[in-house]
Write a protein of this length. Structure first.
Length: 310
């Protein structure tokens, strides 16, 4: 079979992602397919971080703790996290949480998704704006959402990093929350000394976040410790489309290619040719929102049911 991406093999970034030994000893090599049974530890991480993302999207509030967000807050993973901060901001829209997982030695920063998927395409915020004086440009809506809360997130994170010096810091989120998690992580590693070696980014169903130059900047900083998980035929990961403002995904894609949980690890080739064997191998018209709501059997909260049509 002719595989166009293979023509670029020589140009592949020398990028091998290794899940830190502090997690599970699984190596994920770009360009490789894995059977579900080979990557059970990766599935466990996907489920764990998806649960945090779901909890963040369920508007958990620190005043009421884990009783305030229904089913999404009932799992042991989530209950083991001590909330340190929750935020709920209407304009620009952002919700999320920071928590401490003592057993797993993690500081979790989880960003909420949205049920307004159409807005990813139709809002004015889909226009890109320059990213921090670089050549890169990002989705202005995501940038506004992150900037709106970055001061408070930064100050809590600084104190927590000092109080828990041997803990990893995990940024995570589903859908719009995934885009904000990645953007928030990039912003904060540039502002907080010592964050970069401790950070991991796990996103689920993340839409495209910025243009080619931005993807290059992101890949240099965080591409090797970011797990951009995509589910089979999720349409949101194909938005906004490539032709609009040069939108391009960042690395590293963990494509769950089957309902059983087989995985293909994808990465960009030169000039942001997104890996043709990963989720971009799925035709847009074969995609279904059901896949956006199903990451290894874990759905985001019920409000995500509403409002998706073209
Ligand atoms: C959040 O963490 C900081 C740093 O450890 C601590 O001083 C503060 O009391 C915590 N806040 C809550 C609400 O747990």
């Amino acid at each position: 079979m002719l595989q166009p991406g293979r023509l670029f093999t020589l140009l592949v970034l020398a990028l091998t992602a290794r899940l830190s030994a502090a997690y599970e000893d699984v190596e994920l090599v770009p360009g490789r397919h894995y059977k579900a049974r080979e990557v059970r530890p990766v599935h466990n991480l996907v489920r764990k971080y998806m649960r945090y993302s779901t909890a963040a999207s369920s508007f958990v509030d620190i005043a009421h703790g884990w009783t305030s967000c229904g089913l999404a807050c009932n799992s042991p993973d989530v209950q083991d996290v001590a909330l340190n901060l929750t935020w709920h901001v209407d304009v620009p829209l952002s919700d999320g949480l920071i928590g401490i997982h003592t057993h797993d030695k993690e500081i979790v920063v989880a960003w909420a998704g949205t049920h307004r998927y159409r807005a990813l395409l139709t809002d004015m915020s889909v226009m890109t704006v320059p990213y921090m004086g670089t050549a890169g440009n990002v989705h202005s809506g995501f940038l506004d959402s992150v900037r709106g809360v970055s001061k408070v997130v930064e100050s809590h994170l600084r104190r927590l990093m000092a109080d828990y010096p041997d803990y990893m810091v995990v940024f995570t989120g589903h859908s719009k929350g995934g885009a904000e998690a990645a953007l928030g992580a990039l912003d904060l590693v540039r502002r907080i000394d010592g964050l970069k070696p401790r950070v991991r980014v796990w996103t689920f169903g993340e839409p495209r976040l910025g243009d080619i130059q931005f993807a290059n900047i992101y890949n240099r900083e965080l591409g090797a410790i970011t797990y951009r998980v995509t589910s089979a035929a999720d349409p949101v990961v194909a938005m906004p489309p490539r032709f609009l403002f040069d939108y391009c995904h960042h690395n590293l894609e963990i494509w769950i290619s089957s309902a059983e949980g087989d995985i293909y690890v994808g990465q960009n080739y030169a000039e942001c040719a997104e890996d043709p064997l990963a989720s971009s191998s799925v035709d847009f018209y074969d995609r279904s929102i059901l896949w956006h709501k199903n990451y290894l059997g874990l759905p985001p909260p019920d409000h995500a049911e509403a409002e998706f049509s073209w």
